[in-house]
Design a protein around this ligand. Structure first.
Ligand SMILES: [Zn+2]
Length: 315
């Protein structure tokens, strides 16, 4: 059922609305059943989650008798951003994922953030799907701050995602959707995958299968589990290496991402198109999993080129 969860008037007789598609059991009382919210589009230029929402809604449309709990799908939390291919909140030049929990009396982005929180509040689980940005391509991964690891890693494992990155929380994360919802008691996972402004079909298919598996394991749907690939996890002992460009130029990768690299292996080159010269050759500092790679070729000194998980552990 399509429900409107937030509405605000815009200046010229138009309206900004947030919508969700709610799936409920057809053969039992929804009261007391578990509820999950699938959220995406907080960053308007991240489109990978649209395909996941589509695949989940399609499966749920086709299998109404398998639904035991409540599944809410929110494809566009920053609808004006999605419509205008804008990462932030249009006109305000603000990152919507930095104004949570929001407020009813603050500027428009904060009102939208508050509307999202009020709509999702009370869910047992939430999955917030992001798609990196236009510069970096990411292996599908769940990012969890260390303070929430005990609670969220077991849930992330149920999704069977490629990589779980447990990292140290930084203050700025406190203004995110996920931090707000975790504080309010909704176990919320942040997924990063693919690249901005694009859809990577295989990633969307894998993640939607993983979410269906997870929903099955917590009793929201009834479906046999499908096999998933192995999950790598960062631990306290495993280090994530950041490889930054030593110079400005154009990055030409030597590898696809999602590969195991060896220490000293060539990741790519920074070239100078005017002079026809290779300015720098980038080598892997360690053995590990290449889970992030530069997608947008133009780089400046210090631009992030790759991230590699050393000493990866499989679970
Ligand atoms: Zn994002």
């Amino acid at each position: 059922m399509i429900e409107e969860v937030f509405r605000v008037n815009l200046p010229v007789e138009e309206q900004l609305t947030l919508k969700r598609n709610r799936f409920s059991p057809i053969d039992r009382d929804a009261a007391g059943q578990k509820r999950i919210s699938i959220v995406t589009g907080i960053h308007g230029d991240e489109i990978e989650g649209q395909y996941v929402c589509f695949l989940l809604a399609k499966w749920l449309n086709e299998n109404p008798d398998k639904i035991h709990g409540i599944i809410d799908i929110y494809p566009a939390m920053n609808p004006m951003g999605v419509d205008s291919i804008t990462r932030g909140f249009p006109f305000y030049d603000v990152d919507l994922n930095r104004v949570f929990p929001g407020s009813t009396t603050d500027f428009l982005p904060a009102q939208v953030a508050n509307g999202i929180v009020q709509a999702v509040k009370g869910s047992d689980y939430a999955i917030d799907i992001h798609a990196s940005n236009i510069f970096l391509k990411e292996l599908p991964q769940v990012r969890i701050s260390r303070s929430n690891a005990d609670e969220l890693v077991p849930l992330a494992k149920k999704i069977g995602i490629d990589f779980i990155w447990v990292h140290d929380a930084v203050t700025v994360l406190e203004s995110t959707f996920s931090h707000t919802m975790n504080t309010l008691g909704t176990k919320t996972l942040v997924v990063e995958m693919g690249v901005g402004m694009r859809i990577t079909k295989a990633y969307g298919q894998n993640l939607s299968e993983g979410i269906l598996n997870m929903m099955s394991q917590v009793g929201i749907i009834n479906r046999p589990l499908t096999p998933q690939g192995k999950t790598s996890i960062s631990t306290l002992n495993s280090q994530v290496h950041f490889i930054n460009s030593p110079s400005a130029g154009v990055f030409i990768p030597s590898l696809e991402h999602n590969v195991i690299v060896s220490k000293g292996e060539k990741l790519g080159e920074i070239i100078n198109p005017l002079l026809g010269e290779v300015k720098d050759v980038l080598l892997s500092p360690c053995d590990g999993l290449l889970f992030t790679i530069r997608e947008y070729p133009v780089v400046y000194e210090g631009s992030l080129i790759a991230r590699i998980l050393e000493d990866r552990k499989e679970i």
